[in-house]
Design a protein around this ligand. Structure first.
Ligand SMILES: [Zn+2]
Length: 330
């Protein structure tokens, strides 16, 4: 997707009113808990579970800022479209200080912030003298996440963008403390989820289905890259199935393992439910539009929905990683 100046400035106030000094959230370092992994891995529900903790805000997929927000003007979970949402308008004002800044950032997003461009991105990061464009994108990301923290009045952001490039880039910003939760889900369930027809309430259109071969290759690539990045930063692996089977136990483990979350009470009720409240999310699973007391259960529909022949092909292609993550091959 390419961005045009007209779309980038759609709905924004006059440029002269947008120029303002970057505000600093506080003297504390911003902490980002980033959920990395494949799409359709259950990251939205984990993101929202963590968002029930005191002082923590669930943002879902911040990565979708350009394509779903700036470009497509999708609906935010507050009910307003992106360019009409006060939360995102304020953030846009913070990160678009002059005529070309947002447009330039969009071009850098295309260049540095995709899984396929990760080798080149890492190369730029490793250069003794980093390229100006790479530094400019890091600086812009820094201002974007600080603006989100400032608007949400939170110093711990949950970002379930899942894309490894964004995790890597955030980990390169010295002023941020970044923690990775690598969420793994059985690739056969992921393939099945991408085959379903589902309405996207943010656009009013159906989600695009993705062919099984592409889903499997993406699942393998993202999980392997997540493990590699996890060697350099605080990292915790959790499988979606285990989280749904024992949400109280697994959430307690997770909170105990991630420094900024340690000691925080998880507000489960007596029935093991959590109260999900709507916020301002521009990307993620359609379930993010639902709020209220939420219970959790294992979703094993793939065992009935995925044709046997396709299940065998998928299992064969992903065999080493399925075994590595402890999934039974049937
Ligand atoms: Zn909103």
């Amino acid at each position: 997707m390419r961005f045009t100046p007209s779309r980038l400035t759609h709905g924004l106030k006059s440029k002269t009113s947008l120029i303002r000094e970057e505000k600093v959230v506080s003297n504390h370092r911003l902490k980002i808990v980033y959920i990395v992994g494949s799409g359709r891995s259950g990251s939205t529900v984990l993101d929202r579970m963590l968002g029930t903790l005191d002082g923590v805000v669930s943002m879902n997929e911040i990565y979708r800022f350009f394509p779903d927000g700036i470009e497509s003007n999708d609906k935010c979970t507050c009910g307003h479209h992106f360019h009409d949402c006060k939360f995102w308008r304020s953030i846009c004002e913070s990160v678009d200080r002059n005529e070309n800044e947002l447009l330039h950032a969009a071009s850098l997003y295309e260049r540095f912030d995709h899984t396929k461009s990760l080798p080149s991105t890492v190369f730029h990061a490793k250069l003794g003298q980093r390229m100006a464009d790479f530094n400019a994108y890091l600086d812009w990301l820094k201002r974007l996440y600080n603006a989100i923290a400032e608007q949400s009045k939170s110093e711990i952001l949950i970002d379930s963008s899942k894309v490894p490039s964004r995790l890597y880039l955030l980990s390169q910003i010295p002023e941020f403390d970044v923690y990775a939760i690598h969420l793994v889900r059985d690739v056969r369930a992921v393939v099945t989820a991408w085959r379903r027809t589902r309405l996207n309430p943010a656009t009013g259109e159906q989600f695009t289905k993705i062919a099984p071969g592409r889903v499997v290759s993406n699942w393998i690539a993202r999980n392997l890259i997540a493990e590699l990045i996890g060697r350099k930063i605080p990292y915790y692996m959790q499988n979606y199935e285990g989280l749904m089977e024992n949400p109280v136990g697994r959430m307690n483990d997770l909170v105990a393992a991630i420094d900024p979350l340690k000691g925080k009470a998880i507000p489960f009720d007596d029935e093991g439910r959590l109260d999900f409240q709507p916020f301002h999310s521009i990307g993620g699973n359609p379930d993010r539009f639902q709020s209220g007391m939420t219970s959790f259960r294992t979703d094993d529909r793939w065992q009935k929905e995925l044709p046997v022949a396709l299940r065998r092909k998928v299992s064969l292609l992903a065999y080493p990683l399925l075994r590595r993550y402890g999934y039974r091959i049937s």
